[in-house]
Design a protein around this ligand. Structure first.
Ligand SMILES: C[S@@+](CC[C@H](N)C(=O)[O-])C[C@H]1O[C@@H](n2cnc3c(N)ncnc32)[C@H](O)[C@@H]1O
Length: 408
């Protein structure tokens, strides 16, 4: 018997097409490919990075949300593109043993989480495989160098920052406050976010009791880290529970290389530089957000840390000045850029100077793997290890630490 899902009441993709919008369908020249609305069955062969299961039908890839590798499912085609199709899950004919009940009643509708239907252990194994695949495919890295995923001690109620928005719901004649729906610009009203810290849900309840009357208002709800000065709009890692594990992973890599000097690029409020200051003779941090740099100076002073300094500016502009005073081969450069990755000019500069170790932390494995490939091109750097860390349980996201060393 097929197991009934709470995912099957939605058809997230169809809502994206305006009425009358031309659909790229089989009748438009795709031979015998399935049409939108057609139902078919098959076994999920993989869950791709991003959270969707892969089903193959007549050499066509069909993406299906809310499934687990190995599950036998019935799906309904929602949208046919040139090289792939998207489908909604109709029923699960044979579930995998690691399927669990999602904690959130909005799972499948809200776009925030992708994996609440999988046991946490199985999420970790899957993310390891996804990171491995990405680093092999984009980074040209030996997949055996990708380690197991560091688990989060709190797989729910861990996020210390969320953003909700308002949207007028004409049918219900009320202001919805919540997250964007799966693959849609519509807002799903949210009473409680199960991956957010409880304090944020209290803030959310307050907003919902008296929401702005204006459409499209975004509210950032935040819990601030204890013991750190953090300006309202500056970045901080969004999961306090895994922070010690994350710092430990970076520290172990630094120790293993025995770097004497440290450059913390994209340093925010000085997090890595301050946590690692005791490991090195001298450090320097660079960050583009002026308020964050002032906070980094205060965070260091509050801890009587005086073996380094912070400068405001773009990494790509300031790196030459920061690296000038450190002997490159004895220097570790921590890179923790935004999702888009590192500016090509900064990669080029680092390759020219050649720091002995590059510790690249990122929440976007694809851009990270791309940059790693550039560092390793021509054999200048080699990947020592890639450590995935589950800073974002229940979601498609994963943080990774790539440890690169000069090859010669
Ligand atoms: C992922 S956060 C990392 C922050 C910090 N390492 C931490 O752990 O809290 C990326 C940071 O890079 C900063 N940033 C963005 N573009 C930059 C650039 N071109 N140069 C320097 N910093 C930049 C952002 O302001 C943000 O603080």
């Amino acid at each position: 018997m097929g197991k009934k899902l709470n995912w099957n009441h939605i058809n997230p993709w169809m809502e994206n097409s305006a009425p009358g919008e031309e659909q790229d369908s089989p009748s438009m020249g795709h031979g015998n490919l399935p049409e939108a609305g057609a139902e078919l069955e098959g076994v999920i062969e993989d869950v791709a990075f991003g959270g969707e299961g892969v089903l193959r039908h007549d050499n066509m890839v069909i993406f299906v949300p809310g499934v687990i590798t190995g599950e036998h499912v019935r799906v309904r085609i929602a949208e046919v593109k040139k090289n792939f199709a998207r489908a909604e899950l109709v029923s699960i004919l044979k579930a995998m043993p690691d399927r669990v009940d999602p904690r959130c009643p909005l799972f499948g509708e809200c776009g925030g989480c992708q994996y609440q239907h999988m046991s946490y252990e199985s999420q970790l194994l899957m993310k390891q495989k996804q990171v491995r695949d990405i680093f092999e495919r984009i980074g040209g890295v030996d997949g055996n160098l990708v380690e197991t995923v560091l688990p989060c001690p709190s797989p729910y109620n861990y996020r210390n920052r969320i953003m909700v928005r308002t949207q007028w719901n004409r049918d219900r004649r009320e202001m919805a406050v919540g997250f964007l729906k799966y693959h849609s610009r519509l807002v799903v009203p949210v009473d409680e976010c199960h991956i957010a810290e409880p304090e944020l849900n209290e803030q959310l309840a307050e907003i919902r009791s008296n929401p702005s009357r204006r459409n499209g208002i975004k509210y950032v709800l935040r819990k601030f880290p204890e013991g750190w000065t953090l300006p309202r709009d500056s970045f901080f890692q969004n999961n306090f529970f895994l922070l010690p594990g994350m710092v430990d992973a970076v520290r172990q890599s630094l120790r293993d290389f025995a770097g004497r000097f440290l450059v913390d690029a994209y340093c925010g409020v000085g997090f890595f530089a301050i946590e690692l200051a005791a490991e090195v003779e001298e450090f320097a941090g660079v960050e583009i957000d002026r308020m964050a740099i002032r906070a980094a100076e205060k965070n260091a002073a509050d801890r009587q840390i005086s073996n380094g300094h912070f400068v405001e500016g773009a990494t790509e502009t300031m790196l030459p000045r920061l690296m000038e005073k450190f002997p490159p081969v004895e220097t570790t450069v921590v890179l923790d850029p935004p999702r888009r990755g590192i500016d090509p000019s900064a990669v080029e500069f680092l390759k020219r100077v050649g720091p002995g170790q590059i510790l690249y932390v990122s929440c976007h494995p694809a851009t990270q793997a791309r940059d790693v490939a550039t560092f390793c091109a021509d054999g200048q750097y080699r990947v020592h290890s890639v450590k995935p860390m589950d800073m974002f349980p229940q979601t498609q996201h994963v943080e990774c630490l790539a440890d690169l060393r000069l090859a010669h």
